[in-house]
Design a protein around this ligand. Structure first.
Ligand code: PLP
Length: 396
């Protein structure tokens, strides 16, 4: 029923991973198993399932057949050992930290990670004795200098949000592993179509499936993909006990969205390349940050580490906050909203939105300037997106 899809290309894998025909009914589309609990045929079977000596479902917080298909699908693409679907991307991060860190442990993280990812560790996990340092991980020497004997996790987001700064995953893995630390990569921006961190040396990959993996801006979800059975076994109880599990219904939607991941990512990327080039020639734009432009400081690393530059663009509108706000208030086709990775183009202002919880000092130090605008290019025709920007810039 299930076959090895790893021998196929990524575009084929996304269509078939986790998508085996339902053995009970022959249904081609996966059924939504909307059940909180699963019966045992007798006490011996129940005991065996709890003991882990027999495979099978017990209770949906501990595993569910629809959710398991999604875990299999994403894990296949990331080349991991199993996976844990979570209620959100934040739940994925919190589950990993809850599973692997404790009193006296230390984390080194990318300074410009997704705002709440940093806030929860700096402000909340610190109450439980977890220390952290946030550095520009694109500078390997800064990572080396921040490492301590008690550094458990090096947490990297690349490309980072919203500065589009890249981190060399293989170089980080070398430093971390020498120190006995684990490398956690947030692969939300690239998706496994464009970047497979485990193949580059990472130990755990996390996703906000709210973004590209689901791709239709209609659910919130997350995923944890460990590289090894050992890490899988360590994270598993935390996933049960923290209760950050995903419900079967959104898992089914994500599984449906996943089938078109490759085509969506590539279409949006083609559009983003055109939009970024257009922005670069716009006199009202101070600078554009997009890994597909030769002007990106790490254009070479993008070509080496990623299979494409993706569809997120950051740019600074000349005139700072006021000009940026005028632009955002004037778009017609694009939607003023946070989030990214959907089929529709979204535009937002990180300093006052996604990264507003950071102090201004930390924000500026992380490269998130007052006039920074982030654009998530969707699957619309690139000329229409450019047309929308053109009319909006006229009002700036
Ligand atoms: C959105 C996002 C998250 C958080 O995910 P949620 O699903 O909103 O909880 C984490 N990392 C990155 C890079 C994101 O874009």
């Amino acid at each position: 029923m299930s076959h090895d899809v790893k021998k196929y290309s990524r575009a084929t894998q996304v269509v078939h991973a986790g998508q085996h025909v339902d053995p009970a009914t022959g249904a081609v589309a996966p059924p939504i198993i909307q059940s909180s609990t699963f019966s045992f045929k007798d006490c011996a079977q129940g005991a065996a399932r709890f003991a882990g000596t027999e495979e099978g479902y017990i209770y949906s917080r501990m595993g569910n057949p629809t959710v398991a298909r999604l875990e299999e699908a994403v894990s296949t693409l990331e080349n991991g050992f199993g996976g844990f679907a979570t209620a959100s991307g934040m739940a994925a991060l919190n589950t990993v930290v809850f599973a692997l860190m404790g009193q006296g442990d230390h984390m080194v993280g990318t300074s410009s990670v997704y705002g709440p990812s940093r806030v929860v560790i700096e402000r909340d996990f610190s109450r439980f004795g977890v220390a952290s340092d946030w550095v520009d991980t694109s500078d390997i020497e800064k990572v080396r200098a921040a490492m301590r004997p008690e550094t458990k996790i090096v947490f990297v987001e690349t490309p980072a949000n919203p500065t589009m700064v890249l981190t060399d995953i293989a170089a980080i893995a070398e430093i971390a592993h020498k120190n006995g630390s684990i490398v956690l990569v947030d692969n939300t921006f690239a998706s496994p179509i464009l970047q497979r961190p485990i193949e580059l040396g990472a130990d755990i990959v996390m996703h906000s499936m709210t973004k590209f993996i689901n791709g239709h801006s209609d659910i919130v979800g997350g995923m944890i993909i460990p590289k090894t059975k050992e890490l899988y076994t360590k994270i598993r109880p935390a996933h049960y006990y923290l209760g950050a599990c995903m419900d079967p219904h959104p898992a089914w939607l994500a599984l449906r969205g996943f089938k078109t991941l490759a085509m969506r990512v590539r279409t949006a990327q083609d559009g983003a390349q055109k939009v970024a080039q257009w922005l670069e020639y716009n006199p009202k734009v101070e600078w554009v940050r997009y890994p597909g432009l030769a002007s990106h400081p790490q254009h070479e690393l993008a070509q080496r580490q990623m299979e494409g530059p993706g569809s997120l663009i950051s740019f600074e509108v000349r005139g700072g906050l006021e000009a940026g706000t005028a632009l955002l208030d004037s778009v017609e086709l694009m939607t003023l909203a946070v989030s990214l990775g959907g089929v529709e183009s979204l535009i937002q202002h990180p300093p006052s939105m996604t990264h507003a919880a950071m102090s201004r000092e930390n924000r500026i130090a992380a490269g998130i300037t007052d006039g920074l605008v982030r654009l998530s290019v969707g699957c619309e025709d690139a000329d229409d997106i450019i047309g929308d920007l053109e009319q909006a810039f006229q009002k700036v």
